[in-house]
Design a protein around this ligand. Structure first.
Ligand SMILES: CC(C)(COP(=O)(O)OP(=O)(O)OC[C@H]1O[C@@H](n2cnc3c(N)ncnc32)[C@H](O)[C@@H]1OP(=O)(O)O)[C@@H](O)C(=O)NCCC(=O)NCCS
Length: 169
């Protein structure tokens, strides 16, 4: 038992829903703890709250009961979408939650007519690079000093039209 509740053993115990303003602080602290380690904290509660309100952003949560097990933030533009943040609490890793969050966002992007999704990942984050590769993202370039000149980024992209074409055959 953790925090008074059992960690779910299957992904069916986890539900996806849009973030509410009251989730901003929890998401921001998850970003600080799981994503921005060793960097200045840029995804503050105020910045996350702005994304929750922003019409061209989606902030998606994965919940196990009342607990936030994971989240993702994606920003849409006319021609592409940018997956800005994604994290799953370590107690819930390898249950398929990250995959479900990304697939939900991809389906939403396609419905919105946006077929290219891009993201940056810390170059030293092998786990995330494997994760995105397993979902069909390919590494396109390295961006030197992207993270406050502390660490390089690897940019990864997925063109969903490739899948659409393959699925259509
Ligand atoms: C990367 C992260 C989002 C993955 O979330 P997750 O819910 O554990 O991932 P899933 O269970 O959906 O994994 C799907 C597949 O991705 C691959 N994968 C996931 N984590 C992996 C790892 N650490 N190493 C290698 N492959 C991995 C596997 O193929 C996995 O399928 P499998 O478990 O059947 O083998 C999560 O580990 C995390 O939040 N890490 C810290 C924050 C972070 O790095 N965020 C991404 C950059 S913003």
């Amino acid at each position: 038992m953790l925090d008074g509740m059992a960690t779910p053993k299957t992904i069916s115990d986890v539900t996806l829903s849009l973030a509410q303003p009251r989730d901003a602080a929890t998401i921001a602290h998850m970003s600080k703890r799981l994503i921005e380690v060793g960097l200045p904290w840029s995804w503050t509660p105020e910045r996350v709250a702005m994304r929750i309100r922003h019409r061209e952003s989606v902030v998606l949560t994965a919940r196990a009961g009342a607990e936030l097990a994971g989240f993702a933030i994606m920003q849409f533009s006319d021609t592409s979408a940018h997956l800005e943040l994604l994290a799953v609490d370590p107690r819930y890793e390898r249950l398929g939650i990250g995959r479900r969050l990304v697939e939900w966002l991809e389906e939403t992007a396609v419905i919105a007519g946006t077929f290219v999704i891009a993201l940056e990942v810390r170059a030293a984050n092998d786990g995330a690079r494997w994760f995105y590769s397993s979902l069909g993202y390919r590494e396109v370039c390295c961006i030197a000093g992207y993270y406050c000149r502390v660490e390089n980024a690897v940019q990864m992209v997925r063109d969903l039209r490739v899948i659409s074409a393959r699925d259509a055959t």
